[in-house]
Design a protein around this ligand. Sequence first.
Ligand SMILES: Nc1ncnc2c1ncn2[C@@H]1O[C@H](COP(=O)(O)OP(=O)(O)OP(=O)(O)O)[C@@H](O)[C@H]1O
Ligand SMILES: [Mg+2]
Length: 392
Amino acid sequence: MRAIAIVNQKGGCGKTTTAINLSAFLAGEPRRVLLVDMDPQGHATLGLLRDPSQLEKTVYEALTREQGVTALREVIVNVRENLDLAPADVLLSALPEKLRETPGKENKLSEALEDIRQDYDYVIVDCPPSVGLLTFNGLKACSEAIIPVEPSFFSLQGIARQMETLDLLATTAGHNIQARALITLFTGRSDVSNAVAEEILRHLGDRSFNTVIRFSLKLPEAVGHGVPIAEFSRRSAGFADYRSLAQEVLAQERLPQESSRFASSRDDESSEDFMPAPPAALQRADYALEVRMEASPPTRVDEGVLFTIEAPHARSVQIAADFNGWVADEMQSFGGIWRKVVPLPPGRYHYRYVVDGGWQTDPLNVNVEPTPWGGYNSVFVLEGNNGNSLRR
Ligand SMILES: Nc1ncnc2c1ncn2[C@@H]1O[C@H](COP(=O)(O)OP(=O)(O)OP(=O)(O)O)[C@@H](O)[C@H]1O
Ligand SMILES: [Mg+2]
């Protein structure tokens, strides 16, 4: 049996949507699947049961052995062919208090699953958006984790925090988890989300899924109807992406299990090779995200203005401008496209790129002005825009 926790302390990043749809696709393969709802919000339960008010018993009773319930099996309901659910509701929020004095309280789910190991090929645990007893129970019951991440400016930091939580678990409880990040809610509309998604794929290498879950309105609609996406819309991005995720998870069944979550699948190579080579990562990103990799003149994005210049062979590229006092600021290379996002108020700006020490105008911006000391600056005007995020 493989047990996979869907975990991220950040709220609303697609944990429950992933738990429901991954479970449903695995069940269709067919694999015998149990989805455990470890969130007092009970969203996974609501997403699979049309009428949860009929439920008498939940995981809370199984973990506390209350109301005559002594085994997880007694609270499990069958919701689809090959798909069972251990449901939750708001009562689960009382678990930390209830087990306050209980030794080994973080092992309750793991112990409860012991009895039913033989009954399932997969146990998928939907964790709440917090680090606490419920999440620790979920993690201790699993040897793998999927960390859904919405690509935003701060998500790399978020993944780092999540990895720290897993490290803590590994060091304090001797429990290793193989964690993989999954990019979710991907719109591809902002260059920043493209760049961050690409960065995640590149930095995490084998520790992220090739599949990227695109933003798809059919997913919340399906949840609203209490059904997995496969029963709601087979022509949506949500359907295609979660099916692809399930295929990736199934493909891992054939891989030898890694000894630790830090091991790469290329154990025999030196530590310098630990990170995947950029070209491979980029190919993957291109394939998976259809990332727009071209440079462009300055472009308004959610977090400010994105400056880009193509310089595949440069060792360093900076931007100098009137808005930074003509002090060259480092740019970052994404596959030879150097980028920097600068939060700016509306206005008229002059700038130049500094490529390996040489100052030059933006080759993609036709608007230039001569400078008093010779040469030209690139110029752009950022229009005001009511309610635009630049004003934040
Ligand atoms: N790929 C997607 N496209 C569009 N909407 C999505 C997608 N994934 C999730 N959503 C919607 O975003 C919201 C948050 O998703 P979800 O409930 O899966 O996140 P979560 O991480 O489980 O949240 P919480 O932290 O509160 O448990 C929901 O309304 C969900 O329907
Ligand atoms: Mg959730």
